[in-house]
Design a protein around this ligand. Structure first.
Ligand code: R5P
Length: 294
């Protein structure tokens, strides 16, 4: 291992020089084979290059969550406007009609082990195996990674094994940067965590938005989708979404800021306008208000 003492600060991110893409629209993924690329294309729209994931996997550690009390009722109203369902196998299997997924992708949550009853959420295991991911027709497997926490080592083991299995069968892995009570939320932390996850071999990284976010996306060799996080006023959530795309994110994986909105179907359409149609945050907020009041 490199000596930690005397490490120079990384500060030359060359923000204005995009990473070279070779004949494929998903950053850092040109050299994968056909099956992997079809799944990545199901996730990232080849025209905009971006994705709108709806996260509704909260029940796996929070139980019934405000806005998600009934997956079978809420999700179908949002489905027409999203690209990817980020969910658990149980939620999908029991509540979501497969017909809703005819032109959608699945980001299947494949780790669990924590709950709101625990103090330390960082000890997870791989809870969905690769055969099940194939059976569920997953387009990627989502694995939470807890850098800097007690559970760091086992979460790295989880993601490494998932990536090995996914690469064998052509299924991408999305590494989810976890934040917890003992973990930082600084730009430096997010640069560390996203880069580590990409170097483990994840094809997609999910991370929170932060100051100087362009340095996080520039130094991460695969696409970053931003996590929505706690519910914000709609205008703020749309600005976060817009700013993250301006600073190099390849889409959003948003939950509460959509399904806990005063008008979830208006909100999801406004987010979609930013992600795929180059709308500004102001235009998207106007759209949100117009649809909400119509
Ligand atoms: C995080 O690992 C989980 O995927 C969450 O359950 C989900 O992504 C959170 O979404 P949001 O913060 O946008 O409600």
């Amino acid at each position: 291992m490199a000596d930690k003492d005397g490490l120079k600060n990384a500060d030359n991110f060359m923000i204005d020089v995009p990473q070279a893409q070779r004949d494929f629209h998903v950053k850092g993924c040109s050299d994968y084979r056909w099956g992997m690329k079809t799944r990545l294309s199901n996730i990232f729209n080849p025209i905009s290059g971006n994705t709108l994931m709806l996260a509704f996997d909260h029940g796996y550690f929070l139980g019934p969550t405000s806005g998600l009390e009934r997956l079978d009722i809420t999700i179908p109203t949002l489905a027409p406007y999203i690209d990817v369902f980020m969910a658990t196998r149980g939620g999908l299997n029991a509540c979501i009609d497969p017909k809703l997924l005819s032109d959608k992708a699945i980001a299947l949550r494949c780790t669990s082990g924590s709950s709101i009853l625990n103090d330390d959420l960082s000890h997870e295991v791989v809870s969905v195996n690769i055969k099940e991911a194939v059976r569920m027709n997953a387009d990627c497997m989502a694995v939470q990674v807890f850098i800097g926490s007690e559970g760091q080592k086992s979460s790295i083991d989880n993601i490494s094994k998932t990536i090995d299995a996914g690469n064998e069968l052509g299924i991408p892995t999305m590494g989810v940067v976890a934040v917890g009570k003992e973990m930082e939320r600084t730009t430096k932390y997010f640069r560390l965590a996203t880069r580590m996850i990409a170097e483990f071999g994840a094809q997609i990284v999910k991370c929170y938005y932060c100051d100087d976010f362009e340095t996080v996306t520039a130094s991460c060799p695969v696409p970053i989708v931003i996590a929505g996080g706690k519910k914000l006023p709609e205008a703020e959530a749309l600005s976060m979404c817009y700013n993250s795309l301006q600073r190099g994110a390849a889409g959003v994986d948003m939950g509460r800021n959509i399904f806990q909105s005063d008008a979830p179907t208006a909100m999801v359409q406004a987010v979609r306008a930013i992600v795929h149609d180059k709308a500004t945050d102001k235009e998207a907020f106007q759209m949100y208000q117009d649809i909400k009041n119509s």
